[in-house]
Design a protein around this ligand. Structure first.
Ligand code: URA
Length: 434
């Protein structure tokens, strides 16, 4: 088999055989096929797509390219969650302790972020001493003792995806439905959970900008998960404005803690409660979503969810006092306020502009090697639909580097679109795909 023939075949719009897919994935992972040929193939796939069978095969081959995590030593139905990502998405930080407090074991591998803010793993490092690089044995032990553990993704989990995703990132070939679905699901299948809840974002800050494309991606991933014997459900949720009010790292952790205390922003709380309810039903701890929602509210009201976060942080070497005293999570005390330039209503908050504004402050990585400043960030004081008067505060920027905040403020100001007409309500949760 020759790589050039596979490229030509896909370039000409043909289906790839299972053997051809295995050949290029395994050859690339082993370093036997050069970047330039795989780049060409990714571009051919980007333009010509893959059908269901090709996508499923690609997922399986990537999942099998490294180890599969064995979670059989953990009792109960393990439920994993994945978000396709967006601005202000700190969902896992609040969701996982809630679900664990309701009795569903959470053994989750998460990634570092590239882009606007850090990923879950970076955000967790806002707790002093928190260790994301624990051994798999300790990870499993912690889940058995506490009910929840989150660790960084190990190098041997779906290594083919790791290489391919990095290549796609620099060759303009990320935004293809089959490539995204297979990339995400290969990692989820290798991570060993019995059931999976997916949060597929839709809107200006998402990979998929339209509801139609987001639905197609969600359906594809649900099909892959169920086809692999993992009960999979997807929620399609709004990413046309940042989620919640906090964007950054430590500042997002504080907001997740507020939410565990029952005092989080309305949109973020609604999403966390919905995802948690679905996970609890999949985990067999409630007969339906209504019962599960009652359990969620109960663990928040009683403080058991917050306690679960404190136990989880302590078990991974972190300072659990910061859970009870979130002001001790370091957010920069240098701040500047962005003000409205006119009267009207907030018609739109362009997610990407907010994200880039945060990245410019040092809150996210432009390249994998960059360090993140966990203490910088943005607090949105106005969200879509809010009425504003010229000179009102729209958002606060927390910065450290004086040379960076000017450009960052400009981006944030541009993110806010003010109009004379109040925009119509847009539901946070658009659809559930089962
Ligand atoms: N997240 C992933 O893990 N892979 C993609 O292709 C896109 C988002």
């Amino acid at each position: 088999m020759r790589m050039v023939d596979i490229i030509i075949s896909k370039r000409n719009g043909n289906e790839l055989t299972d053997e051809e897919i295995s050949f290029f994935v395994n050859g690339y992972t082993k370093g036997e096929i050069p970047d330039y040929q795989v780049s060409a193939l990714m571009m051919a796939i980007y333009f010509n797509g893959m059908n269901e069978r090709e996508t499923l095969t690609l997922t399986r081959v990537m999942a099998d390219s490294g180890d599969h995590l064995d979670l059989s030593a953990i009792e109960g139905i393990k439920v994993d969650k994945h978000s396709t990502g967006g601005v202000g998405d700190k969902t896992s930080l609040a969701l996982t302790p809630i679900v664990a407090a309701c009795g569903v074991p959470i053994a989750k591998m998460s990634g570092r972020g590239l882009g606007h803010t850090g990923g879950t793993i970076d955000k967790l490092e806002s707790f002093n001493g928190f260790n994301v690089s624990i051994t798999t044995d300790r990870f499993i032990d912690n889940v058995n003792k506490i009910g929840v553990s989150i660790m960084g993704q190990t190098a041997d989990l779906a290594p083919a995806d790791k290489k391919l995703y990095a290549l796609r990132d620099v060759t303009g070939t990320v935004e293809n439905m089959s490539l995204i679905a297979s990339s995400i699901m290969s990692k989820k299948l290798a991570a060993g959970a019995d059931a999976i809840v997916l949060d597929v974002k839709t809107g200006s800050g998402a990979f998929m900008k339209t509801l139609e494309d987001s639905r197609a991606l969600a359906e594809e991933m649900v099909r892959i998960g169920n086809g692999a014997g993992r009960k999979t459900v997807a929620v399609i949720s709004d990413m046309d404005q940042p989620l919640g009010n906090a964007v950054g790292n430590a500042i997002e952790v504080r907001e997740a803690i507020d939410t565990l205390r029952g005092a989080g922003p309305e949109d973020f709380t609604a999403l966390v409660y919905k995802l948690a309810s679905l996970m609890i039903v999949l985990g067999g701890k409630a007969k339906d979503e209504e019962e599960a929602l009652g359990m969620v509210k109960d663990v928040v009201r009683s403080g058991r969810a917050l306690e679960k976060l404190a136990d989880f942080v302590a078990a991974q070497g972190g300072d659990s006092d910061q859970v009870y005293y979130p002001d001790r999570l370091v957010v920069s005390d240098k701040s500047v306020t962005v003000k409205a330039g006119s009267d009207g209503y907030v018609e739109k908050i362009i997610c990407d502009e907010v994200g880039v504004s945060c990245m410019m402050l040092g809150g996210g990585r432009a390249s994998k090697e960059d360090a993140i400043d966990l203490s910088v960030g943005i607090r949105l004081l106005k969200k879509r639909g809010d009425e504003v008067r010229k000179g009102d505060d729209l958002a606060v920027i927390y910065y450290n580097d004086e040379t960076r905040f000017g450009e960052s403020c400009e981006k944030l100001r541009n993110a806010y679109m003010i109009s004379d007409v109040r925009p119509s309500d847009s539901p946070l949760i658009k659809e559930i795909i089962k």
